[in-house]
Design a protein around this ligand. Sequence first.
Ligand SMILES: [Fe+2]
Length: 270
Amino acid sequence: MALMASEQASVFRQRVDEMVGRHPVVVANPYTPWFATGGATLDDVRHLTVQFSVFSHEFVVAQLRKVLNAADLATYRAGKEILLNELGVVFKPQKAHDDDEPAAPDSELVATEGTVEGGRFRFQAAHFEWLLRFAAPIGLGFNDLGKRRLATAPTLFFCDELMRLYGSEDPVTAEGASYAVEHWAAAGFWKELIGGLEQVRDRERLAIPLSFWTWHDRVEDQHAAHTSDELSAAYAMADFDEDRFLAGASKMLDGVLAFWAGLANDRHPS
Ligand SMILES: [Fe+2]
C-alpha cells in the first residue's frame, strides 16, 4: 500500500515539475532578465517599486485568507509564521537568546528562518516598511505605494488571482497555488532584480537600501530546499486531487506572468 502511494506520488511530482518547469514565467520571464542588465531608467525602477508594493500589500490579505482557510492546524500555523513575519514579527532562530536580536530590524542580519513564536514585533521590521525605506530616496512616499488604486490592470489581475487561488477556500487549489508561487520565487528573479538595482544605484549615485530585495532572496534560497517536502505533504492531504492542485498552480503562474508582462510593456522604449 505504502509503496504504491509513494510511486503514485513520484509520478505526480514529475507531472508538477514538468508543468511548472515549462511555464513561460519560469522559462522566459519577459521582464527580470532584461532588468538584470541594468538598462532600467529611474522611472522604470519607480514603476516597478509601485507595482511591487501593491502586490506586497495584497499578498498580506491573500496570506490571511490562506490562514483562515487552512485545512489543518499545522498549515494554519505555517501560514501565520509567514503572515506575522510579513507584518513585522522578527523570526526567532531556534535556541536563540533575546539579546541575539539585532538592534536595527532593517539590517541584513534579521533572521530568515526560525519562528514568530516568542519573536518580537517591530514596526520597522514590516516588509512594507523596508520597501518604504527603499522607495524614499527615489522620491516615493507612503501614499505613492501599496494602494490598489495605484495598480495597473495586469498587476490587479495578478493580485486578484492571488486572492482567488492562493487564498482559495479549497485547500487543494490553495496548495497548488502556493507551490507555484514558491517555485516562481525560487526561480532566481530576486537575484535578477538585485543585480539591476545595484547597477542603477551606482549609476545614479543613490543611497538606496536593498534589504527588502536581498532578505527575500535569502529566504528563497532556503525555500528551494524545502519545496519537495511540501509536495509530499500536499499529496497526503485528505481530499487531495491532482487536477485541482495542477489547475491552482498553473493559473497562479499565469497570474504571475501577467504581472511581469505588464511591467515589460510599460518599460521605457529602448
Ligand atoms: Fe515579504
